[in-house]
Design a protein around this ligand. Structure first.
Ligand SMILES: Nc1ncnc2c1ncn2[C@@H]1O[C@H](COP(=O)(O)OP(=O)(O)OP(=O)(O)O)[C@@H](O)[C@H]1O
Length: 221
């Protein structure tokens, strides 16, 4: 499966946010999106998913223009930047909601064993992000959008989530954005950088330095 978005035009009031964007994401590859704060990454994911209306946007799946919002196809799952799960439910209920097996999760995230009967509100921000990202990645959808899955997450769990993404990309189109740029560079097979409303492909930390996203490439230090 190949999912593309182009001809995006988004403004808020008179402020142009996106106007020269083309992204292509495909099964078998993780597609990363990077850019400074406010460059439009979240907006772009929302337009792609269908929860934000742009003046123009053109979305294709396997070359076929999609008239309906992508989320209506039932093929896509979206981890939003802000909390996904309701705070009152138990963690075990969240696994039931996603039709996923708690024991499989525990095989990979053993230290979460003690939380099974706890409620979502009892998790720390990072623990919640691990659970939410795991659920979304494991949701057996053809298209997976992840907006900042690594926020608040300890390096050991980031590694586990990256390994999960590497496994899941065989079955699903995965698009991810995050400011943990080294992790995005590592896990992504193709990376787009958003700047001044446009997208361009980048590959290395040096490219990010050239775009002014990081101060200097670590190789130069
Ligand atoms: N509902 C809104 N109303 C007005 N302006 C908005 C709205 N949503 C986003 N914006 C503006 O659009 C721009 C892009 O926001 P967006 O959240 O897409 O950026 P981002 O690249 O995801 O940023 P970050 O890395 O900080 O999460 C920002 O300047 C933001 O202020």
């Amino acid at each position: 499966m190949i999912v593309e978005i182009d001809n995006v035009e988004l403004s808020f009031d008179q402020r142009k946010i996106l106007y020269g964007v083309y992204l292509k994401a495909e099964r078998g590859k993780v597609t990363g999106i990077m850019g400074r704060n406010g460059s439009g990454k979240t907006s772009l994911l929302k337009i792609w998913f269908g929860s934000l209306k742009a003046k123009y946007s053109h979305i294709r799946i396997d070359g076929i223009h999609q008239r309906q919002k992508l989320f209506k196809s039932g093929k896509v799952v979206f981890l939003p930047q802000h909390q996904l799960l309701p705070t009152k439910i138990r963690i075990s209920d969240a696994f039931e909601l996603f039709d996923l097996d708690w024991r499989t999760f525990i095989e990979h995230f053993e230290s979460f064993k003690k939380y099974e009967k706890m409620r979502i509100r009892e998790l720390s921000s990072g623990e919640l992000r691990v659970v939410e990202t795991y659920l979304v990645l494991s949701a057996k959808k053809e298209i997976i959008f992840l907006d900042e899955p690594f926020s608040f997450v300890a390096p050991v769990y980031v590694e586990k989530l990256k390994a999960l993404m590497a496994r899941k990309k065989k079955d699903s189109v995965i698009v991810v954005t995050d400011h943990f740029y080294r992790d995005i560079l590592e896990v992504s097979d193709r990376i787009y950088f958003l700047k001044n409303g446009y997208s361009k492909t980048i590959e290395t930390e040096q490219d990010l330095a050239n775009e002014g996203y990081v101060l200097t490439s670590s190789r130069e230090r």
